[in-house]
Design a protein around this ligand. Structure first.
Ligand code: FMN
Length: 437
């Protein structure tokens, strides 16, 4: 690859050499002057005039141009260790970065001369027509980022009629979230398998009773992860977690400041926890390392909710989902659990052609702009999730910030859909996607 900066340097050296020559002195001096002018007025990168400033703080949600401007505000507001937990990836964070960087490896070739005035962005799933083909990913304990937490996120997603995943470790139960979402349809319940089967069964059936029609079973946390960047950021925020969050007999009021995340467990009889060698949901074990396809079958037998396997990265696993009739949720947990460097968009490129539309495919991880979502759908995804971006909105301005994130992505998606020449999601197809040169 030719580096434009070195071309410019060589040209300048050559002109300096000419300027030193008595024969060509006048013309070379002029040329040098011209070059200096050109350098001043025509920079290589137009962003040099107003580059993205990670320290720029918008004062109101409406002032944010894109979701990244909300990240800076959230960074300012959220306590260091909480920020670290949100923003970290696993180990060297190669997967985390790859999710975003690999967006550039796939490009869209737009179609022209198509009347797109009435372009339709809606997506039907689970008997509901959503306004958009994207959703808020399940994220545990949203109180960590703002007091409006799951309540604010559910209201904002409901207002915009978009889908939403609600984590096992949610601070409001599915009944409440579904009510807040109102006409936007119920949440998709995300399941973390509990060590005790009866507890697992209880929360799954509770979600279904409350109206949920889909369950995202997260299967990508089988090892012990190392959240390096969190640990580094903790060095700057040395407060002990227990000073804010511990629930103890001597200080029961501390629960007020507990990040919560136990709402789905409130109906679990104490005896079940004891049976499980735990006091409550906080001290209970999530036993992800024992997850197998047999366990998913066990779930299949106790619920009619549609099951999506969240954490699929490999074609063989995707084909097993097809075989057993489960939806596929391509995800590497936002690069938080494994660090092999594989991006979710690259997995989507392998998986979608093999699946051939036989089961729906969700994908998340680094899809942060309208064009990213258009690209994913053209490659074969049914819906696209985003995690950190709505946490930035939440941390920045609470519910109003989540609302702004959805507004921004909605507007970007609507524009992108028309820009590529699509009149509906059906027009997006793999022929539009090319590997970047
Ligand atoms: C702070 C944080 C907490 C998360 N908690 C959960 C969780 O409880 N359950 C789950 O299935 N995924 C969880 N995820 C993963 C998200 O559902 C999603 O897969 C990921 O955030 C997508 O990547 P993105 O942040 O780049 O959009 C969490 C992600 C973050 C950033």
């Amino acid at each position: 690859m030719i580096d434009p900066a070195s071309v410019k340097n060589n040209r300048r050296k050559f002109l300096q050499y000419l300027a030193a020559s008595p024969v060509l002195a006048m013309s070379a001096r002029e040329a040098l002057a011209n070059t200096a002018f050109e350098l001043q007025t025509r920079p290589d990168d137009p962003y040099i005039w107003k580059p993205y400033d990670p320290n720029y703080i918008v004062e109101k949600p409406q002032d944010a141009l894109d979701i990244f401007e909300l990240e800076a505000v959230a960074h300012k507001n959220i306590p260091g260790a909480h920020w670290g937990y949100m923003s970290t990836g696993a180990d060297g964070e190669v997967s985390y970065r790859a999710n975003r960087q690999d967006q550039n490896k796939f490009v869209i070739r737009s179609r022209r001369l198509i009347d797109v005035r009435a372009a339709d962005s809606s997506r039907e799933m689970f008997g509901h027509k959503y306004d958009m083909p994207f959703f808020l990913c399940p994220v545990g304990r949203l109180t960590t980022y703002h007091a409006e937490a799951e309540t604010g996120a559910s209201r904002a997603a409901g207002r915009h009629n978009i889908a939403q995943g609600l984590a096992t470790n949610t601070t409001i139960p599915t009944e409440q979230a579904n009510k807040l979402r109102d006409k936007a349809g119920p949440v998709m319940f995300q399941l973390y398998q509990q060590a005790n089967w009866e507890i697992t069964k209880l929360i799954v059936q509770r979600a279904e009773r409350s109206g949920c029609r889909a369950m995202l079973v997260t299967v990508d946390g089988t090892g012990n992860r190392k959240l390096s960047s969190l640990e580094r950021q903790r060095r700057d925020d040395t407060r002990l977690c227990v000073t804010c969050h511990a629930v103890s007999k001597t200080n029961p009021k501390q629960t007020l400041r507990n990040p919560g995340g136990m709402a789905m467990f409130s109906e679990v009889p104490a005896a079940l926890w004891e049976d499980n060698g735990a006091r409550d949901a906080v001290t209970a074990e999530v036993s992800r390392d024992t997850l197998t396809w047999e366990f998913i079958k066990r779930l299949r037998d106790i619920t009619k909710m549609e099951i999506f396997i969240k954490g699929i990265m490999d074609v063989e696993d995707a084909l097993l989902c097809v075989k057993y009739g489960y939806g596929i949720h391509i995800s590497n947990h936002g690069g938080r659990n494994e660090d092999t460097g594989g991006s979710t968009i690259a997995s989507l490129a392998d998986i979608a052609p093999a699946v051939k539309g036989r089961v729906p495919i969700f994908v998340d991880g680094g899809f942060y702009r309208g064009f990213d979502i258009v690209k994913a759908l053209a490659m074969g995804a049914t819906m696209v999730g985003f995690g950190r971006p709505y946490l930035w909105g939440l941390g920045a301005f609470g519910e109003a910030g989540v609302d702004r994130v959805i507004q921004i992505v909605k507007a970007e998606f609507n524009a992108a859909l028309r820009q590529v020449g699509a009149t509906s999601l059906k027009d997006l197809n793999p022929r539009m996607i090319h590997k970047a040169l």
